[in-house]
Write a protein that binds this ligand. Structure first.
Ligand SMILES: [Zn+2]
Length: 338
């Protein structure tokens, strides 16, 4: 067996050096590739203008908690409503394989919400809006309002039928002092997986099974203020005709990939026409990162938030509108309406 030994100690060392060098080069290449693929726009949201209580102005209004994407809780202390209820945020790798709600991530996020939520209004049936809604409803006794496709996702989580309501366009839902009206507005351009979900979704599910179906925006009226929530960055002309809002919660996801003309028309339709003087951007964060870490913008292969903010800034200035970011997982008091 003598011949199996390396001929000399020098050769053995050389093989080791070559192997280690190759591994270092490989690691560097993988790191560089990851850096390129996951490069993010240099937006430091923490240093951006963040809505704090001192900004609340004249008198305190509704209280809000932002959970990333377009999941927002609004409460007056007696009644609480939420949009979407998406907390699991599966990684890019999982999105390429299959996904399911993550009860631990949901429980972690729900610690920042009241134990009882009255209603969850779901924008559309993509995973980053609708995947967790049924489970969240079961944990908070909420009723899920959404398209039939959205409800089929919740049915896949054995959510009882009495907690599911099909949301009709133009329908107004009364919850305590909240009046919530559903509008149908288009999904942001080039949406993945259009179509409808016709059967309860079996989990784990492929990303492509989350078919968008109808997309909703929500107008929330309350004695403490009027808030228009537009989760998906797109418009139809005059969709909000005659509507007056104090605050717009503005979806800006993939807005960085649209033209300045698109962005300006979106702003005009949603902000200028409603007369809102405060805009809170949402759906800018990388929805594959856990809520346990600070929110970061979507990587450049998905969006470029810098471009969106460069277009939106001058429009806000033109209209005398303040753009503020909501801190994540922290309750803030919104300014009261006029
Ligand atoms: Zn979507």
């Amino acid at each position: 067996m003598e011949f199996l030994r390396p001929a000399t100690g020098f050769s053995s060392r050389r093989i080791k050096i070559v192997t280690v060098t190759a591994l270092i080069v490989l690691a560097a290449l993988v790191g560089a590739l990851q850096g390129v693929v996951y490069a993010r726009p240099a937006v430091d949201v923490d240093s951006a203008e963040v809505l704090y209580e001192r900004d609340a102005g004249r008198k305190p209004g509704l209280r809000a908690v932002f959970f990333g994407t377009s999941t927002i809780l609004l409460t007056d202390g007696m009644s609480s409503i939420m949009t979407d209820g998406f907390f699991s945020r599966p990684s890019w790798l999982r999105l390429m394989m299959s996904i399911k709600p993550d009860p631990e991530e949901i429980n972690f996020a729900l610690r920042k919400a009241p134990s009882k939520i009255d209603a969850i209004f779901v924008a559309h049936a993509h995973h980053d809006h609708a995947m967790d809604s049924g489970l969240v409803a079961q944990k908070t006794d909420a009723i899920v309002y959404g398209s039939e496709s959205t409800l089929n996702i919740a049915r896949g989580q054995s959510t009882p039928e009495h907690q599911l309501r099909v949301l009709k366009v133009g329908q107004t839902v009364l919850i305590g002092h909240f009046r919530v009206t559903a509008f149908e507005t288009p999904h942001s351009p080039d949406a993945i997986s259009p179509g409808f979900i016709t059967h309860p979704v079996q989990f784990p599910a492929k990303l492509g099974e989350f078919r968008a179906a109808e997309n909703h925006s929500f107008f929330v009226e309350h004695p403490l203020g009027k808030v228009l929530i537009v989760p998906s960055a797109n418009y139809s002309v005059n969709a909000f005709e005659g509507l007056q809002a104090d605050i717009v919660i503005l979806g800006i996801g993939t807005l960085g990939r649209q033209s300045n003309v698109f962005t300006e028309t979106y702003w005009n339709e949603v902000v200028t026409k409603t007369g809102a003087k405060l805009v809170l951007p949402v759906h800018w964060d990388d929805f594959t990162q856990s809520l346990r870490a600070p929110l970061v913008p979507l990587p450049l292969f998905a969006d470029n938030m810098n471009v969106a903010m460069e277009w939106l800034g001058p429009l806000a200035k033109r209209d005398g509108v303040a753009i503020r970011f909501l801190p994540s997982l922290r309750e803030v008091t919104l300014p009261a309406g006029n």
